[in-house]
Design a protein around this ligand. Structure first.
Ligand code: ADP
Ligand code: SF4
Ligand code: MG
Length: 335
């Protein structure tokens, strides 16, 4: 069998990011190593506070004091060693090669700037002129589903949440990037609008062959659009694999619990698993597996010895020392 090995869009190796406070250095991302495939949609799932946005900020080199990168490397498009580049160099690829839609971007649009002024500002910051690029702007608006150019003369408060999100996505695509990171792109939108934005994201990925990284606390939503899914907990990626693999056979109990704690039509009448307890916070980890204080399948060994990462193809891996034994216990507890 010939295994196709493609250059990842983003390669993260041994990334540690922390923040300094009066009590010293607290590590938020702990040794994150992951390859994000090109021309695919990768979802990053995990409860609030698991480190998803910190990972996105690190990839964009937006880590500023009191946060700091302790160690690791991030290679974008096989050649840009982001953490070794200075801000000016990174600015050259931001927006052009890799673009970022931050969490709640649709709510942080400047309320006193019309949509056209938002485009104007973005282009000006890149030394580009609004009027000579007006056709590029029209195309970006069409790309995200605005048939009417009148939106350019509107203020953000005159737009619905969904329209604001479309504007934000259009702005992120204006310089034709090949890699786009979207942090919680559907959070705060109602279900119908969420569905429309997901359809849009999927269409844009296909039409433009984008490498997309979509971050969300909502794993069920990510399963609707992602080709690959990374599951984060306590600043680590506990599992990463294709949509099919995770759906059929999660290797890590946290993935299983996240997925099965969401009600579905087929789960009606069944006892849904719940993830017990809360994340205890950064800097207060168990000695062994980061999830052992909440994992229903944890043993004393889990609590004492950190599990090794097990890779199973170019992208897929999991961190759990009790796979597949824990699967037998699922049946006893939940079925
Ligand atoms: N600027 C900051 N100062 C202090 N702590 C921070 C800062 N940014 C993030 N953190 C810490 O990192 C954790 C992870 O945050 P974040 O990456 O935003 O998680 P997520 O996006 O998964 O909700 C937070 O719970 C917080 O403890
Ligand atoms: S190593 Fe143990 S505690 Fe960690 S996820 Fe696996 S079974 Fe649970
Ligand atoms: Mg976040």
């Amino acid at each position: 069998m010939v295994i196709m090995v493609t250059e990842p869009a983003i390669s993260v190796r041994g990334l540690r990011v922390g923040y300094i406070s009066d009590s010293g250095l607290t590590t938020v991302l702990r040794n994150v190593t992951i390859d994000i495939p090109s021309n695919k949609i990768t979802g990053i799932a995990g409860e609030s506070g698991s480190g998803k946005s910190t990972l996105a900020s690190a990839i964009m080199k937006f880590i500023n004091p009191p946060m700091l990168v302790e160690s690791g490397s991030i290679i974008v498009d096989g050649k840009y060693d982001v953490l070794s580049m200075d801000n000016e160099q990174v600015n050259e690829i931001r927006g052009k090669l890799i673009s970022f839609v931050p969490q709640a971007a649709q709510n942080s649009l400047n309320p006193i700037r019309k949509v056209k002024e938002i485009f104007f500002d973005v282009l000006k910051s890149r030394g580009m002129d609004y009027y000579s690029n007006i056709n590029v702007i029209y195309r970006a608006l069409e790309d995200v589903g605005f048939s009417d150019k009148q939106v350019l003369d509107m203020y953000p408060f005159q737009l619905s949440g969904g329209m604001r999100q479309r504007v934000v996505i259009a702005v992120s695509l204006i310089l034709d990037p090949r890699i786009v990171i979207m942090d919680e792109p559907t959070t705060g939108l109602d279900v119908v609008v969420q569905h429309e934005i997901l359809k849009l994201i999927k269409r844009l990925q296909k039409e433009k062959s984008l490498s997309l990284l979509i971050i969300s606390h909502d794993i069920a939503m990510l399963f609707q659009i992602s080709d690959y899914i990374a599951v984060m907990y306590g600043g680590q990626v506990l599992e990463y694999g294709s949509y099919e693999t995770l759906l059929e056979d999660a290797y890590n109990p946290y993935t299983y619990l996240l997925l099965h704690s969401v009600p579905t039509i087929t789960s009606r009448g069944k006892k849904l698993p719940r993830i017990p307890g809360d994340f205890e916070g950064f800097g207060r980890y168990p000695k062994g597996c980061v999830f052992s204080s909440r994992c229903p399948f944890a043993t004393d060994t889990c609590r004492e010895v950190p599990p090794e990462k097990v890779s199973y193809d170019q992208y897929g891996f999991y961190i759990c020392s009790r796979y597949p034994e824990w699967k037998k216990e699922v049946k006893k507890i939940y079925e």
